[in-house]
Design a protein around this ligand. Structure first.
Ligand SMILES: [Mn+2]
Length: 212
């Protein structure tokens, strides 16, 4: 079976392991995947400028009376001044940058959604990760649409169904876009596991709609 990207170019299937370019309907959810959403040269430039222009922080959480640093850097940008709570911490949004607005605009050209905020995660090497979770914070409402854009090192992205435990693996490549929607956040968890391979930095941007 052949797959084509947004521009009609043929894409090799071997990296995608049954993941199709475009819409993928799975039990209790759906996602769209576009591996070549942003061309390489533009992605190279965005990766470098996001490294320097974003106010990155290593947040921490309290676990059994100990302060534990998150194994990644984060940042939160958006329209309004409401803090956003997740994993027991509160993030205050920074004001949009032109780059973040430019990427948002590109996403909005292919989806009917308008996003009002973005959570950024920076995985400095293979030891940085995010463990199983959902993007189902109450501020996102029911059946949230999450648009995830990736720059830098390719990392594996896992989805796992809460009941059947079915697992899917997607390689999130430089310049790729993954849109998660439908019931997916209510039935599937996701993670970016650590890897012992030497990998360079990866920056992931997840655009969201904060409802209240
Ligand atoms: Mn997530």
């Amino acid at each position: 079976m052949e797959s084509r990207d947004l521009f009609g170019n043929l894409i090799s299937n071997e990296n995608f392991k049954n993941i199709k370019v475009g819409m993928n309907v799975i039990p209790n959810g759906e996602f769209l995947y576009y591996p070549d959403f942003i061309p390489k040269l533009e992605s190279d430039i965005l990766l470098e400028s996001l490294k320097s222009s974003i106010v990155w922080k290593q947040e921490s959480m309290n676990m059994y009376g100990k302060t534990v640093l998150f194994p990644r850097l984060t940042a939160w940008y958006g329209d309004n001044d409401k803090p956003y709570s997740f994993s027991g911490i509160k993030l205050n949004p920074n004001k949009w940058t032109n780059e973040l607005l430019g990427i948002k605009d590109k996403i909005e050209r292919i989806t009917l959604n308008k996003f009002n905020s973005v959570l950024l995660n920076r995985y400095r090497n293979g030891n940085d990760s995010i463990s199983w979770h959902t993007d189902a914070e109450k501020e996102l409402g029911i059946n949230p649409v999450i648009a995830s854009v990736n720059f830098g090192a390719t990392r594996k992205f896992h989805l796992r169904h809460n009941i059947s435990k079915e697992k899917l693996e997607i390689e999130l490549t430089h310049g790729s876009l993954l849109i998660m929607q439908g019931e997916l956040q209510h039935y599937w968890q996701h993670q970016v596991p650590k890897t012992s391979k030497v990998v360079n930095e990866r920056i992931n941007l997840t655009y969201r709609v904060i409802k209240f």
